[in-house]
Write a protein that binds this ligand. Structure first.
Ligand code: FUC
Length: 828
């Protein structure tokens, strides 16, 4: 029998299946690297999709009849050049120190609050530029809605259908041009009709349509905490219509019946640098606009994609199958902690890299607490730079995920802090060198902010300065080291002058200090102390890097001697009665303390003072501390924990943290999570959690801080089966061009040496090179980039119950390398 209708139905079904598959594939991008949704953002900022080119940022809502694009520019900050040093501190310094040494921390805190705080600005605010609105009459009802952010191309798309017409909007922050661009099209002619206007949360801004038919907005940023707002900004949007009619009012641009429209948005300020705001913002914005708008949409887009991909494509990550890629991103997020979706973890990883590329470009400002995206006049913590963890965390992925150039804005900020911080060290503490406390802003303030509990901590300079050293360790560029050496020396000089002998222990300690934002019960709820573990670890690193840099550059040998002598008098790390790494100089930690900051594990990550191979007791104590503090916490805290568990070589625990972090906000009781647009939730949104997790995932796959280039140090069961990564960078100028694994074993690793030297590699299985089975290496790695300072023996409480770690067998090989050569290792 022959049933033609059945065959027809079959054919239609077949075609339908094919076209749905094609549509789905289009939605999620060819490699699944698209965030996409089936509904508009509505009024929720954390639903909108971020675009940015380091100088400009925008959140695209994808709302259908009332589109909104929230605009940012990297230098648009409240206030003006100012300093917040408190010279009155010097007169009370010895009294504050004395009180702390006597165990009267609360009194020391009260005195510090009187003397040091409440007089000066606690830092200025990263402020928004305003909003561009596009109103589409008659678009209230629609079908086939889609919006997505393709992070392989750095472009957002919104599309929907009304009747027979499919409308598409594409938007991106141009790499190569200094504008945001949006293009509106339809699949039928003469369909694009809308009116465009601005709104702004700023109190006063002049909005008008200019003689050149541009939509313009000019304003000035806020006064804040006694500092006059003097950053002037201009926003200029130009509308290029293809067909149709343009009419204008004083403050709106109306377009009717166009075939397509391209919108160019330019934003600029008068900011030149932290001391100089004398530029002409309007001329700047107009120059950028004229330059860009002379080019077509496709010309700008064709330049944009390769300029962006120059960074993005350096790392490709495959963690396993895209089992759930057909689901929209918010649904995948909802499911992630319950199902296996390794490709979602890879998407999140790459989203972290996308965010860094989009919010931190050479010549621009460093990524702030929200990257470059903020729509509020008074955002949480001013969206500024908190340098007792958060700003540093933003830059953890920069070197290993092959975005070293994007470290530049942060490194330049450290240089500028060393300039302003010299005055702070002198006037507040009578010390040479430079210092920064726990916050800074675009004006590079280095004085204390908020209150003694948080702000008296003075390790911000020491810690941020270590990024300069790390940048050198990855590149091996001696000329660069020479240029930053004075900053490293200055950070060490500050501590040389500032350290005092502890009357009870005789060690040299930072006083006053804190262990950021935490306080033991035993100190009456005060955070102030002398010789906290984190402060000791930071000073140890600051001295060690200054010593090593000076030796490499063959300079300041007397200075080196004095630092070595002082370093030997720093407190060693201590292990307390609960088997924990002590946070304080006395054994006063509580095993029930769940505080989000675990500052004393700075020594485990980002530093390398605690190691499973070199310091097993400290390693066990750090593990106990991590277990006592628990997993779920604020977003960034969980991001840091991914890195710590990776350094613990415990991939499964690190993975649990990723699951906790990749949980919709509100599900973790008392903890953060992730918003629909994959922004990390403290809550509120803080970008550090995104960057921290991307860094942590890198540490799970590769580490290079502990004497070797370690492949697959902490691979969780979830990613064991098979996977690959390309382009990671390791210390000593090595690049892991490609690595493939299966069943937890490294199948193949191609490593490029850029500067030569011994490649010591640590792997979970035996490997061979050129058919030669490698011999296991012994002793210290002779490569100077892998040299590690000897850590003083820990002091261990008699009550501490410690167990030496049972480490998985690894294989360690030495391969002598030459610069610009490739080395291929394969599974034996
Ligand atoms: C530190 C943290 C807070 C927050 C703020 C920006 O003060 O303790 O949790 O992340 O920075």
């Amino acid at each position: 029998m022959y049933f033609p209708t059945f065959r027809l139905i079959g054919k239609v079904l077949f075609l339908l299946t094919i076209s749905t598959a094609v549509l789905k594939a289009q939605k999620r991008g060819p490699s699944g690297l698209t965030l996409w949704y089936e509904q508009p953002s509505g009024t929720t900022w954390e639903n909108a999709l971020p675009i940015g080119n380091g100088m400009l940022g925008a959140m695209v809502y994808g709302n259908v009849d009332q589109e909104v694009i929230k605009l940012n520019e990297h230098t648009l900050w409240s206030g003006s050049p100012n300093r917040n040093d408190v010279p009155e501190t010097l007169g009370s310094l010895s009294q504050i120190r004395q009180l702390i040494f006597e165990g009267r921390q609360k009194e020391a805190e009260q005195l510090s609050n009187q003397v040091m705080f409440g007089k000066k600005s606690s830092g200025q605010i990263f402020q928004p530029a305003g909003n561009l609105h596009l109103k589409f009459p008659g678009h209230e009802t629609y079908q086939n809605y889609y919006r997505g952010l393709d992070i392989e191309k750095a472009i957002t798309t919104t599309s929907y259908t009304i009747g027979e017409v499919t409308y598409t909007r594409e938007a991106f922050a141009a790499f190569g041009d200094r504008v945001l661009v949006m293009r509106l099209t339809a699949n039928k002619p003469s369909q694009i009709s809308f009116s465009a206007s601005y709104t702004t949360p700023h109190r006063s801004a002049a909005i008008k349509v200019s003689a050149a038919k541009d939509l313009t907005m000019q304003g000035i940023t806020s006064d804040h905490e006694g500092v006059k707002g003097m950053v002037k900004y201009g926003v200029i949007s130009r509308f290029k219509n293809e067909g149709g009619l343009v009419t204008l009012t004083d403050s709106t641009i109306n377009i009717k019946g166009a075939n397509a429209v391209t919108i160019y948005i330019s934003i600029a300020t008068n900011f030149n640098n932290y001391k100089d705001i004398s530029a002409d913002e309007h001329k700047r914005a107009l120059d950028y606009l004229n330059e860009a708008s002379s080019k077509s949409f496709s010309t700008i887009l064709n330049a944009h994609i390769p300029a962006y991909q120059k960074y993005f494509n350096r790392v490709k990550l495959d963690l396993g199958p895209a089992t759930a890629a057909d689901l929209p991103t918010d649904k995948r997020l909802m499911n992630f902690r319950k199902v296996s979706d390794p490709q979602f973890a890879a998407l999140y990883y790459q989203f972290g890299r996308y965010l860094l590329i989009s919010s931190s470009q050479p010549g621009g400002q460093p990524a702030n607490l929200q990257g470059i995206w903020n729509d509020q006049l008074n955002p949480p913590w001013d969206s500024k730079y908190t340098i007792n963890i958060n700003a540093q965390m933003n830059y953890w992925p920069a070197e290993p995920t092959n975005l070293a150039e994007l470290h530049e804005p942060f490194l330049r900020m450290v240089k500028e802090l060393s300039e302003t911080g010299t005055g702070t060290a002198r006037s507040m503490y009578g010390a040479r060198g430079w210092v920064a406390h726990h916050n800074t802003d675009i004006w590079r303030i280095t004085g204390p902010v908020d209150g003694a509990f948080w702000g008296i901590w003075n390790g911000g300079g020491g810690w941020t300065s270590q990024h300069l050293w790390e940048h050198y360790l990855y590149s091996g560029n001696k000329r660069y080291l020479n240029t930053v050496y004075p900053i490293l020396k200055g950070a060490a000089t500050f501590y040389k002058d500032f350290l005092v002998a502890h009357p009870k222990y005789k060690w040299l300690v930072v006083n006053p200090g804190t262990s950021p934002e935490n306080a033991p019960q035993a100190h009456g709820g005060s955070s102030l102390d002398a010789g906290t573990t984190m402060d000791n670890q930071i000073v140890f690193d600051v001295f060690s890097t200054a010593i090593r840099a000076a030796k490499i550059l063959n300079k300041d040998l007397k200075f080196v001697d004095s630092l070595m002598q002082m370093r030997a008098q720093l407190p060693p790390m201590q292990i307390g009665k609960y088997g924990q790494l002590q946070e304080w100089i006395d054994d006063v930690d509580s095993p029930n303390d769940k505080h989000r900051h675990i500052s004393h594990l700075y020594g485990l990550f980002p530093s390398n003072q605690i190691s499973p191979y070199r310091t097993p007791l400290l390693y066990d104590a750090a593990r106990n501390t991590l277990l006592q503090r628990g997993d779920v916490s604020t977003g960034w805290s969980m991001g840091w924990k991914v890195n710590w568990w990776a350094r613990m070589l415990d991939g499964n625990h690190a993975y649990r943290l990723i699951q906790n972090q990749l949980t919709p906000l509100g599900v973790n009781p008392d903890g953060g999570g992730t918003y629909n647009n994959l922004f990390d939730a403290h809550p509120p949104f803080q970008i550090d959690g995104n960057f921290g997790c991307t860094s942590g995932m890198t540490e799970m796959l590769m580490q290079s801080a502990d004497g070797a280039l370690h492949l697959l140090p902490a691979l969780p069961d979830e990613w064991q089966r098979s996977g690959s990564i390309t382009g990671l960078r390791a210390r000593g100028g090595f690049e892991v061009i490609a690595m493939e694994w299966a069943n937890g074993k490294v199948l193949k690793a191609v490593i490029k040496s850029t500067i030569g030297g011994n490649l010591r590699i640590r792997v979970p299985n035996q490997m061979k090179i050129n058919e030669l089975v490698l011999k296991e290496a012994k002793g210290e790695n002779p490569n100077p980039f892998y040299a590690i300072e000897k850590i003083p023996e820990a002091i261990v409480s008699e009550k501490a119950n410690l167990s030496l770690p049972a480490l998985k067998k690894t294989f360690v090989y030495d391969i002598p390398t030459r610069s610009d050569q490739f080395y291929t290792l394969v599974l034996n």
